[in-house]
Design a protein around this ligand. Structure first.
Ligand code: GZL
Length: 318
């Protein structure tokens, strides 16, 4: 190899160091800068998740560049590219949908910036594109919802399903887990299923349509509390009693959902823990330091009946 004059080599070394030549120990004073792209602000769960991340960053001394994608993938991709330009130490995000990430994550990989997936994962053949995924097992959440129905259903049961955002991991997986759990109970049938996009208004609009086209609905399975709360409004407007005439099963266990559960308007909630902030900051410090981390970190969560909700409400953090 042609030997570079001494002065040139010195310049090369200075430039490499200044541009963060893969040196992943944070900025000079050790402060870690994290670029975080959040899905949006579509639900009570999302609000609690955002608050957890922002509070944990402050407590950990992590400099957080935070963006809200308003549930649009193109906004998340744009934010990720801006974090590459800023040469942050680590990029974390909750992918609004499972697919369409390989190209931008390859750009991040070429910039030598580690990626942490939180809350939702991606469907990619290349798992080198991210260091770890921190979040719930959504298929298991769906199974828990379906198993409660199997354990409590009597005779023929017609279910309508309010799905989460089309293409999102929790929507795909909660549907899969629920179907798996009820597969051995032929008396339980999903007679209609449609996305309500994880929002209260979406759940209300879809439930209104279901009620117009079906007069034999026994159970609503909503992929999150917010859509379940919207369904309650539609059921009441139709002159029916939520929790009685039509039973409701939801996922998340945010405060408004738990209050409806304790009041008897919802019958069962599967918890999905949004408080990922502290674990995210710990993982960020590890990956920036170049330490090995598990490819998947699953969060602990439980389920609530009406009686359990009443007892748990006073101590809930979200
Ligand atoms: C689940 C999360 C989902 C929540 C919804 O981890 O991605 O998105 O269940 C939220 O409330 O909108």
């Amino acid at each position: 190899m042609k030997k570079l004059p001494t002065i040139t080599m010195a310049l090369v070394l200075m430039t490499a160091t200044a541009c963060g030549s893969g040196d992943s120990s944070g900025s000079d004073d050790g402060t870690i800068t994290m670029g975080f792209s959040q899905v949006g602000a579509e639900s009570g769960w999302r609000t609690a998740n955002t608050e957890s991340i922002q509070q944990a960053a402050e407590e950990a001394g992590v400099e957080l560049q935070f963006s809200d994608a308003q549930q649009k993938q193109e906004n998340q991709i744009r934010a990720i590219r801006s974090y590459i330009q800023q040469d942050v130490d680590v990029i974390a995000f909750s992918p609004v949908v499972e697919t369409g990430w390989d190209a931008v994550l390859l750009e991040v990989q070429r910039a030598d910036i580690p990626v942490i997936l939180t809350d939702r994962s991606i469907d990619s053949a290349d798992d080198s594109l991210y260091e770890t995924f921190l979040g719930s097992d959504f298929v298991e959440e769906g199974r828990k919802a379906g198993q409660w129905l199997v354990d409590n259903a009597e005779g023929e049961v017609n279910v309508v399903e309010l799905q989460g955002t089309t293409g999102a991991a929790p929507a795909i997986d909660r549907k899969e887990g629920f179907e798996e759990a009820i597969a051995g109970s032929p008396g339980i049938e999903v007679i209609a299923t449609q996305t309500g996009d994880f929002t209260r208004s979406g759940g209300k609009e879809v439930m209104e349509a279901f009620l117009r086209s079906h007069d034999d609905i026994d159970v609503v399975y909503a992929h999150n509390d917010d859509m379940g709360l919207g369904a309650i409004e539609a059921i009441r407007a139709a002159g029916l009693e939520p929790g009685e005439d039509i039973q409701i099963i939801t996922v998340d266990a945010v405060e408004a959902g738990m209050e409806a559960l304790a009041a008897g308007e919802i019958n069962f909630i599967v918890e999905c823990n949004p408080l990922l902030g502290d674990q995210l900051m710990e993982l960020a410090e590890q990956v920036v330091a170049g330490e090995e981390v598990p490819k998947r970190v699953v969060v602990e969560e439980t389920t609530f009946t009406q009686e359990e909700a009443e007892a748990a409400l006073p101590d809930r953090q979200y």
